[in-house]
Design a protein around this ligand. Structure first.
Ligand SMILES: [Zn+2]
Length: 512
């Protein structure tokens, strides 16, 4: 009697008896584990915040069993480029519904060179208030430059300013930032030389971070798309840091077809030992603003109020108009710029040609007026499908939303990539789509124990119906939630149950 009792205690303490009972079993779904290997019909068991087995459940039982027959079971998607820092900090939006409904369980933010300066305080706030998805932060080089240089943001930094920038990046890395981001196309990043970026990026490299960049040129604005890819590779090589090219694209007719050259440059760099990856959203329109798309950067130099002055200075008018006309041509003309979010509601849903016609003025004059009137977000239709597909097929390209207001990608990226490019156009297999949205991203962002369905990994798991998983957001209705995700576990807690969002915030701020 006494012996049997002892054996039972030993088994319990070894976890052998407990292992028969788990918290949750997802049963009989097509398990696509994120590695790129072929999916197989089997079971997944979860206890607490971890996956405990992937395979036939055998004699195991669970507190809850979910029949996943006919469903795809995959790691929760990871988005390496979002603009969710504001959402996650606002209690009313911090559940991150737009992403949960796409099956996303982790987002990176602080991209494009713009981030909160105090990474530690932001992580602490998220942890304290609760967030719906996991989240990681980049420290933004533009934000750092602006902090260190103030009104001189368009100048060359002094030694003191440079030291201050390094100090800010160092503090951010110590506080758990996953790397440094730049937006070299935008002011103030555009005023930084390659050497300045390398010097600053070395600080992030010393802490094992990565370099994420919205490149200086995705088109033919200044150094050209290929020049910008070369600059990015140079930064990776000289700062000894893995580089991630944000939302890779060939923007505008001048560079259409250059995807082949970009891919060749990146493949060569990789052979040469530089780690290069890229993210991409599955849309042919980018999201930007009238000022960012059309106004030359020199018009933004000169500190506060300079843009207003430069846009209205008669002495600069001819030069301004001629450069803006060239930028408009580059982007495909006034018809290809759709107003999506603006203080002036009368222009929403109209393209620049329509706005100009209504106002009986030229498209450039209309664009200048919009810029003076607080700017407008635009969807800029500027990509060619063959370039999108060529990039998407590369094994180093991840899915990203780059979600922003007024563009359907914030609510639709992951289901759209599945629906459009797996089921309709057969560009990728299901397994490739899942890998590019999970393990590749986890590896690139250096997220520990995430991105795969594997025993011991965190239980970030999506269960979606392959027949109904799709995006419903459009340029007219960009905030329509996606459909088809039946269950979504974030750190083992169901954030979506039976297709419904739950009242939970199970995400975590993930420090590097
Ligand atoms: Zn960007």
């Amino acid at each position: 009697m006494r012996l049997r009792w002892l054996v039972a205690v030993m088994l319990l303490s070894c976890g052998i008896v407990n292992a028969q009972q788990v918290d949750l079993i997802l049963q009989g779904g097509l398990v696509v584990d994120g590695s790129g290997e072929a999916g197989r019909v089997t079971d997944v068991g979860i206890t607490g915040d971890r996956i405990v087995f992937v395979g036939p459940k055998g004699a195991r039982t669970a507190k809850r069993e979910i029949d996943a027959t006919g469903m795809v079971v995959a790691p929760g998607f990871i988005d390496p480029h979002t603009h969710t820092a504001g959402d996650l900090s606002a209690p009313a939006r911090s559940r991150n519904d737009a992403y949960l409904m796409q099956g996303v369980t982790t987002v990176a933010t602080g991209n494009d060179g713009a981030s909160p300066l105090d990474i530690g305080a932001t992580y602490a706030k998220w942890t304290q208030q609760g967030i719906g998805t996991n989240a990681v932060l980049f420290i933004g080089q533009g934000s750092v430059r602006h902090e260190a240089m103030g009104g001189d943001f368009d100048a060359k930094p002094t030694d003191v300013q440079m030291a201050r920038m390094k100090q800010l990046v160092e503090k951010a890395m110590q506080d758990g930032a996953i790397g440094i981001s730049t937006g070299l196309y935008y002011s103030p990043g555009s005023f930084s030389t390659t050497e300045e970026v390398i010097e600053l990026t070395k600080v992030a490299a010393a802490y094992g971070g990565i370099y994420d960049t919205h490149m200086r040129d995705e088109s033919s604005y200044n150094i050209g798309l290929l020049g910008a890819v070369k600059e990015t590779i140079q930064i990776g090589r000289e700062a000894h840091i893995p580089v991630m090219i944000s939302h890779i694209k060939a923007l505008g007719a001048d560079v259409w077809g250059q995807s082949a050259d970009v891919i060749a440059l990146i493949d060569a760099a990789q052979k040469d030992g530089v780690k290069v990856t890229a993210s991409q959203y599955p849309y042919d329109a980018s999201g930007t603003s009238v000022v960012a798309a059309l106004v030359p950067r020199w018009a933004e130099a000169g500190g506060r109020g300079a843009l207003q002055r430069n846009l209205t200075d008669p002495a600069l008018h001819a030069k301004l108009v001629s450069e803006m006309e060239d930028n408009m041509r580059r982007r495909g003309g006034p018809e290809s710029l759709l107003m999506t979010a603006s203080r002036d509601k009368s222009i929403l849903g109209k393209n620049l040609a329509e706005v100009a016609k209504e106002r009986h003025e030229s498209p450039i004059d209309a664009a200048i007026q919009i810029s003076l009137n607080g700017d407008s977000d635009v969807a800029s239709f500027n990509m060619k499908e063959s370039d999108i597909v060529a990039f998407m097929k590369q094994p180093w390209v991840m899915t990203c939303s780059d979600g922003s207001d007024g563009h359907p990608r914030k609510y639709g990226t992951f289901p759209r990539k599945y629906h459009e490019y797996v089921t309709e156009k057969h560009v990728l297999t299901l397994e490739q789509m899942v890998r590019s949205s999970t393990s590749l991203t986890a590896e690139t962002l250096q997220l520990k124990d995430r991105g795969l369905l594997k025993a011991g990994y965190f239980a970030d798991v999506v269960v979606f119906d392959p027949k109904t998983f799709r995006d419903l957001s459009t340029y007219e209705q960009p905030k329509n939630l996606a459909t088809g995700v039946k269950y979504l576990a974030v750190n083992g807690t169901l954030a979506i149950d039976g297709g419904q969002l739950m009242d939970v915030k199970a995400g975590r701020a993930l420090k590097r």
